[in-house]
Design a binder for this molecule. Structure first.
Ligand code: 1GP
Length: 254
């Protein structure tokens, strides 16, 4: 089954997934990733996302291969640009930044990436990428040269996601940006959730189990955690336990 299909099946069943984001720019030595990879494996993390808004290092491939050599958790590239393609990963989020009006990130980079992707076995997941304002300017907002949707403009975000779905995008990613001051609020997540049928990914600023659960209860199918694990890797245990309990209770209620 493809990653997208398995996410859709879980989403339809009301089950949740957890992804750990690794930004290659923050990894000087890939051997230092081992504890996090093992922790993710022990706690049944569903996916690794690998990528960042600005990759200044050249170790995207090293990060991907370090994970692939150690565990069977699928690795999904979360690209900041068309430069970030690695055929060693399992899939790539083919992101269209639909909250912005930067043509390069709506279609331009995709034209450059398409022929390269065609020659790989990567699963290409067409994803509507929706940035939500999170307080101070995030790297992704600055680099993408786009204005995130204000965090109280619920219908604007919902209409954006709806349009993305109508254009054929198969997944929506609501992102407050890495290390966001404010995570995406529950009303925003639930409004978007109700407006679309595709799997919904939520990330940015999730640094506690409470925030993770709030996002899942509001309708996120998958939460992405990156920054917070640098300071407190054990947070992953707490969040994975909650997601496990959630999925068990869905199973028990069948
Ligand atoms: C960022 O959604 C991801 O694009 C994850 O954000 O690093 O804040 O967890 P954090």
């Amino acid at each position: 089954m493809t990653i997208l299909d398995s996410l859709a099946v879980k989403s339809n069943a009301g089950k949740k997934s957890v992804a750990v984001l690794i930004d290659p720019d923050k990894i000087e030595d890939t051997s230092k990733l081992t504890p996090l990879i093992n922790l993710a494996n022990e706690n049944c993390v569903d996916y690794f996302l690998v990528g960042g808004s600005l990759i200044t290092s050249t170790n995207l491939s090293d990060v991907v291969s370090t994970i692939k050599e150690a565990v069977t958790i699928p690795v999904v590239i979360f690209p900041g640009s068309s430069m970030q393609i690695d055929p060693g990963a399992d899939a790539i989020l083919f992101l269209s930044l639909i909250s912005g009006r930067n043509p390069d990130l709506l279609i331009g980079q995709h034209v450059v990436a398409a022929p390269i992707l065609k020659n790989t076995n990567l699963e290409v997941i067409p994803t509507g990428y929706v940035l939500i304002n999170s307080g101070r300017t995030t790297s992704v907002a600055y680099i993408s040269n786009t204005t995130p949707i204000p965090d109280d403009k619920y219908s604007l975000a919902a209409c954006t996601a709806m349009a993305g779905e109508m254009l054929g995008l198969k997944m929506m990613y609501l992102d407050a940006g890495s290390g966001a001051e404010k995570e995406i609020n529950a009303r925003m997540i639930s409004t978007v959730r109700k407006s679309i049928k595709t799997p919904l990914v939520v990330g940015g600023g999730i640094d506690s189990a409470r925030k993770a659960i709030t996002a899942l209860e509001a309708g996120a199918d998958m939460i992405v955690i990156g920054n917070a694990l640098e300071k407190n890797p054990n947070l992953l245990i707490e969040i994975s336990d909650k997601v496990y309990d959630w999925n068990q209770s869905v199973e028990a209620s069948k």
